[in-house]
Design a protein around this ligand. Sequence first.
Ligand SMILES: Nc1ncnc2c1ncn2[C@@H]1O[C@H](COP(=O)(O)OP(=O)(O)OP(=O)(O)O)[C@@H](O)[C@H]1O
Length: 260
Amino acid sequence: MEKQDYISEQIDSLDQREPVIEIRDLHKSFGDNHVLNGFSMTLYKGENLVVMGKSGSGKSVMVKCLVGLIQPDSGFLSVMGKEIKTLDRKTLDALRSDIGFLFQGSALYDSMTVRENLEFPMRRHKEKLGNIRDTTPMVLEALENVGLAHTVDLMPSELSGGMKRRVALARTLILKPKIILYDEPTSGLDPITSKEIIQLMGRVQKKYGTSSLIITHDVDCARVISERMVLLVEGKNYVEGSYTELSKSTDPRVEAFFKK
Ligand SMILES: Nc1ncnc2c1ncn2[C@@H]1O[C@H](COP(=O)(O)OP(=O)(O)OP(=O)(O)O)[C@@H](O)[C@H]1O
């Protein structure tokens, strides 16, 4: 097969996959600070997509636009076939229950036990889960997925940084999300704990068939977890490709991401 035909076939097979997130030509400025200048990307069902960008390049702004927390200036945003700007508050809330978030610093409630932290989203999204009389089996199942069922009655202050991150992932899983957004999932963790979190992300994806959008600076995380990467430079999707492809690039702007 000619190389050109092979590439066309690859593109065709990618096009046949179901998009779960589509961002097209997204623009967002704060005064003179033009943060996003036509950013586009697609996350396909079951895929692990890594978005890398320098600090301050607009990764968090992009995610906030995506989940309707901030209003973009222009552009098309859709999640699971629903265009965000057309949704009323109730529909947006229901859609958000299909999206799990794992934000930097894990953000557990310090004054609540692990159990109470996991019960919190269950109460908030009653419509999705129905009326659950006994939350314990679901709480324990979610904790078992991250190997931490024994911590159910502990306080966050009694957990290590890596354990907190795993509990936060369990809290995300309890709503059985279809998409998980990871914002710097390994930041602040030592290399061994980072590796554990990355392996866990892979296991979760296999078990639940979730699609993951992973925002990270961590090149090792991108190498292990990503099927595809998008580099965000000057507010645009500068280049896309697999880790292997991008890590061989001789473009200085791409090389800069891979230098340690
Ligand atoms: N609500 C806001 N008002 C004004 N400026 C903002 C606001 N939110 C973000 N910005 C600006 O947008 C730019 C991008 O910020 P953002 O938090 O998206 O960066 P990032 O790529 O996620 O960085 P990091 O990797 O450090 O988290 C920054 O210059 C920031 O100051």
